[in-house]
Write a protein that binds this ligand. Structure first.
Ligand SMILES: *[C@@H]1O[C@H](CO)[C@@H](O)[C@H](O)[C@H]1NC(C)=O
Ligand SMILES: *[C@@H]1O[C@H](CO)[C@@H](O)[C@H](O)[C@H]1NC(C)=O
Ligand SMILES: *[C@@H]1O[C@H](CO)[C@@H](O)[C@H](O)[C@H]1NC(C)=O
Ligand SMILES: [Zn+2]
Length: 343
């Protein structure tokens, strides 16, 4: 009698995404917060302000979106995580998938280079993706062309991986003013900040403090019965992801429904940016390429102490305790020292 042998071919084809980063600006400057393309930044501002885009929808200039207002319900919470994608992001994604929660990730373009597949996984899991600039500068300190370039390169990095052009951006540090919002609107982008700062970015270096202060903040907000908030958290480090999971559990236990930005805005399409679509079809991006990468990027941007690549040295952490917002805090310590250092 013949025996039947069944061959099980567990498949072995791994699909390697072929991302092309030759357009990306060179590695981040060691001492400047103002981005990679300070010298020779492409002069795209004029095009965005010209009649070339006059027929396209520019978002209304109504200040920053700060709350999850268009979502109905008495316990609605818009959660967002900034500064990824990082190698800590997948742990958060696994939790969110298990709990069937969707939220918003504001990604730094330069980090997308090193963690493209994590961004793809995030998007494919159904979370909203928004621009958090190319290199996380204080936008109000940049020239018009530099602001535009930060947004364009940030958008381009997301497009490289996801094939979509985002409509929303979050200014690093919440640092936007009328000029920055106007420039962003020319690029088809609306600024989105937050109403509740978890302060995980302040305490991430001290796990004891992190796991005390951040849950206490959420306990206070939940206890006050607040509704329609958007919270600021970060997925740049495993400690901030861990405490992020902890406070999401607190919100769920308290009966909150967690929403991504698109639902906070009443079902908006977060990717229908017709202005960016037209810009990249114009050929102007390629013709004004800045300096290109000559080596594989090794660094990663963000506050992440654990990455060992970028550190924010905060001279006066005490100033944070009574500051009510990131921008207020920045104003307090601006003259002391806040150095973004690429090491
Ligand atoms: C990558 O993009 C550059 C710039 O657009 C282009 O010149 C080059 O041919 C592309 N490389 C591949 C392998 O597609
Ligand atoms: C970490 O935070 C705890 C609680 O706030 C504090 O007691 C401790 O001194 C901090 N450790 C360091 C190294 O700053
Ligand atoms: C794109 O999104 C904006 C904002 O949600 C909306 O007003 C507009 O109708 C959308 N356009 C398309 C073509 O989906
Ligand atoms: Zn940030």
């Amino acid at each position: 009698m013949k025996s039947t042998v069944t061959l099980s071919l567990a498949c072995c084809v791994s699909i390697v995404a072929a991302y092309n980063w030759t357009w990306a600006p060179a590695a981040v400057s060691a001492s400047k917060e103002v981005g990679n393309h300070v010298a020779g930044v492409p002069a795209w501002t004029q095009w965005f302000g010209s009649s070339a885009v006059a027929d396209l929808q520019q978002p209304a200039l109504a200040g920053d979106v700060k709350t999850c207002v268009s979502s109905s319900g008495t316990k609605v919470w818009g959660s967002s995580f900034d500064d990824g994608p990082s190698d800590s992001t997948p742990k958060l994604l696994a939790y969110l998938a298990a709990k069937k929660i969707k939220l918003t990730f504001w990604v730094i373009g330069y980090n997308v280079l090193t963690n493209a597949d994590i961004l793809k996984q995030t998007y494919q899991s159904g979370h909203d993706i928004g621009i958090h600039t190319w290199s996380h500068p204080h936008l109000t300190q940049l020239s018009d062309d530099e602001v535009i370039a930060e947004l364009v390169y940030g958008a381009r990095s997301i497009y490289e991986v996801l094939g979509v052009w985002p409509r929303y951006f979050r200014p690093p540090y919440g640092d936007a003013d009328g000029r920055v919002r106007k420039l962003a609107a020319l690029v088809g982008l609306t600024s989105v900040t937050w109403s509740r700062d978890s302060q995980d970015w302040v305490y991430y270096g001290n796990t004891t403090a992190l796991n005390t202060v951040i849950p206490a903040n959420f306990r206070g907000w939940i206890g006050s019965g607040t509704n329609n908030d958007i919270s600021l958290e970060h997925d740049f480090a495993s400690a901030t992801v861990d405490v992020g999971i902890k406070v999401l559990d607190m919100l769920l236990t308290a009966g909150y429904t967690i929403k991504p930005l698109s639902e906070c805005l009443g079902g908006a399409d977060p990717y229908n940016n017709t202005i960016l679509t037209k810009f990249f079809a114009s050929g102007l991006f390629e013709s004004k390429l800045g300096p290109v990468l000559t080596a594989t990027p090794t660094g990663r941007l963000g506050f992440g102490a654990e990455t060992g690549t970028v550190r924010v040295v905060v001279a006066s952490q005490a100033a944070t305790s009574s500051a009510s917002s990131v921008s207020e805090w920045i104003a307090r310590v601006a003259n002391v020292a806040m150095l973004l250092r690429f090491v």
